[in-house]
Structure formats: C-alpha cells, structure tokens
Design a protein around this ligand. Structure first.
Ligand code: ASP
Length: 329
C-alpha cells in the first residue's frame, strides 16, 4: 500500500504565473501544483487542499493556525506526513511557528519555489516531489517541521532564506542541511540532538513583537520609540555575539526595568549569542546582567515567533527566559 500524504497550499511563487509585464502573481491552486509533478503516482497517494493563495509576506498567524489544523486533521486521518507549499520570503517563520506547536510524530514539510510556475527551469515541481518524498520517509518521523528545497532537508529552527533569487536560497547557516534527496530518496545525515515538547497553540492574534537591528551609531532612540507602541516584547539584532552601544544598552535596561521583555540575537546571520566572552558596558555579559535575554542560535525573526508563542501562553518572565534558553541553544 502506498503511503498517504496531504498537500496544503498557502501560495507563494510556486503557485504564481506570469502576467503581461512578465512579473508573476498568484494563480494556481493545490491541484494545479500537483499536476506537473512527475512520478507522484508511484510514490504516494496524495490528497490536497488550497488553504490560501497569498504572497508570503501577507501570511498571518490565522493562516498558520489553519495550516496547523489541516495538518492535524490529515495526520489523524492516516497521512504519513503533510506538505505545505508557501512563499519563500517568510517560509522559515511559518516553518518555525508550526515546529513549536507540532505535537505529532508525522512530519510537516514546507516547500516553495524561487521561480514562477511557467518560467524556464521552474523549481516548484521538483521541490514538491522532494518534499513529498521526505514527508513519507520514516527516517524523518519525530523531527517536527522540516523545510525542503533544492533537494536539501533543513530543520525549521535553523533554516533561513539566504539569497533573494538563487534556487539554492535556503541554507542552515553555520550548520548545514540534515539530509539530501538523491535519486528521489531521502538520505539523512544528521538528527537533531534535542527535540522539544509542543507549546500551547496561541490565538489568531497579531504578533506584537518588533525586531530591530542595532547598527553603528545607534543610541537607543528606536528602542524607546517602539516601546511606546506597547509591544509584547522587543527583539534587537545586536552585533557580534550580542553587543550594543553603551547608550542603547542603557535604553534597553530602562525598558526592562519598565517591565518590557527585551531579547537579543546576533545580527551576523550565523552562530550564536554568548554569555561570558566580553565584559564592558554594552557587551553580552553586561546586557544579560541588565536583564536582556540572549536568543542563542535563533535569528531575530525566529526569536520573535518563539516569544510570541510564549507570551501568548501567559508564561511569566522567568519561564520565558528558561524556554528561550532551552530552545535557543
Ligand atoms: N518570492 C516569494 C516566493 O518565493 C514570494 C512569496 O514569498 O510569496 O514565494
């Protein structure tokens, strides 16, 4: 018997075709996406559903929660895994959002495309086939949410879109993919050393957590300004291993004293924040002592998703710090 796999379509370039200007726009539904995928019949029994058809910067928590419900319904109905198609721009955020909430052994695999469906060398069908092959492979059971593009398999918590146009845009900076698709089959090289229990599912409300970068010459004004919008937390992309200017450090300390959750990540795009490598005003050791929460290996946009789910669950500051510590390392 062939394994059952369910494909939920959310939109993105994979579902776009060209307009008269040559630019692409949403056009295809879930069934259209599956039609040009070669060899599907031999691989799996596939069901599909169109969940949305949006460019991914417009995906909201409500769409992600609808995709989560769809995935649960499909797995409870016997699917070996679920594939979600999604725009590549924010795919890593939806993948991590789902990863934090997913409580089943069967994988959710996100994929998309860098080239529109009717452009030369369209990568959508190959990515979809690779994602389906991954979703049904027993080797990835229990690994949560994965991202498959360009024949590489990535963990949701590590993957980033690292190039604006390349077909090989998806990388796990500093770590690499955990596996590859070769001759249509999954070849898994690594398994995550740690997996985490699912977090409580938040409501479909807005994510009120801004992410700002702290570049040369930043003196903390923006952090103060954003605090006036009553965010649930603030994420700062700090330099190096978690460094801010002395003035920005003072601003952040004031915000922490005022009761705001302020967290930081490295803006370098790879590696983690540290805890005791540097000791000077604005260093990571100093910032942590002042109550700023280090995000470890998470990018700013992923730490934002984690903080959204933790604050939505009503956790207190100490619980949030310990979850960020666990999940960021
Ligand atoms: N460039 C995007 C994509 O690859 C557009 C989007 O994210 O929806 O799908």
């Amino acid at each position: 018997m062939k394994p059952l796999v369910s494909v939920g379509a959310l939109g993105g370039t994979i579902a776009m075709t060209t307009t008269e200007t040559g630019a692409v726009t949403p056009a295809l539904d879930a069934e259209d996406l599956l039609a040009p995928v070669p060899g599907l019949d031999a691989l799996a029994e596939v069901t599909s559903r169109s969940l949305a058809n949006l460019p991914s910067p417009s995906i909201l928590p409500s769409h992600i929660l609808a995709a989560l419900d769809y995935a649960k319904e499909m797995v409870d109905g016997g699917a070996a895994g679920v594939v979600l198609t999604h725009g590549t721009d924010t795919l890593e955020e939806t993948a991590y959002f789902l990863d934090l909430l997913w409580d089943r052994e069967e994988p959710i695999v996100l994929t998309g495309a860098m080239r529109g469906a009717n452009l030369p060398g369209a990568d959508g069908p190959a990515n979809l086939l690779a994602a389906i092959a991954t979703a049904i492979d027993p080797a990835v059971r229990g690994m949560g949410t994965l991202v498959v593009l360009d024949d590489t398999i990535h963990l949701a918590r590590l993957v980033s879109k690292t190039h604006s146009t390349a077909v090989s845009a998806f990388q796990s900076p500093g770590w690499g993919p955990i596996g590859r698709i070769v001759e249509g089959r999954v070849r898994l090289m690594y398994k995550p050393a740690t997996t985490f229990p699912a977090l409580p599912v938040p409501g479909p409300h807005e994510i009120q957590i801004p992410v700002i970068q702290s570049p040369l010459g930043d003196e903390g004004r923006w952090a103060y300004g954003l605090a006036l919008t009553n965010p649930h937390a603030l994420v700062i992309e700090a330099s190096g291993v978690g460094h801010l200017s002395m003035r920005t450090a003072d601003a952040c300390e004031q915000l922490v004293t005022d009761g705001l959750l302020v967290a930081m990540v490295t803006r370098t795009g790879s590696g983690s924040t540290t805890e005791h490598s540097y000791a000077y005003p604005g260093s990571e050791e100093d910032l942590i002592a002042r109550g700023i929460i280090p995000g470890g290996f998470l990018t700013g946009r992923k730490l934002r998703i984690l903080l959204h789910i933790l604050t939505s669950a009503g956790m207190d500051r100490e619980e949030i710090i310990s979850e960020v510590h666990r999940r960021g390392q």
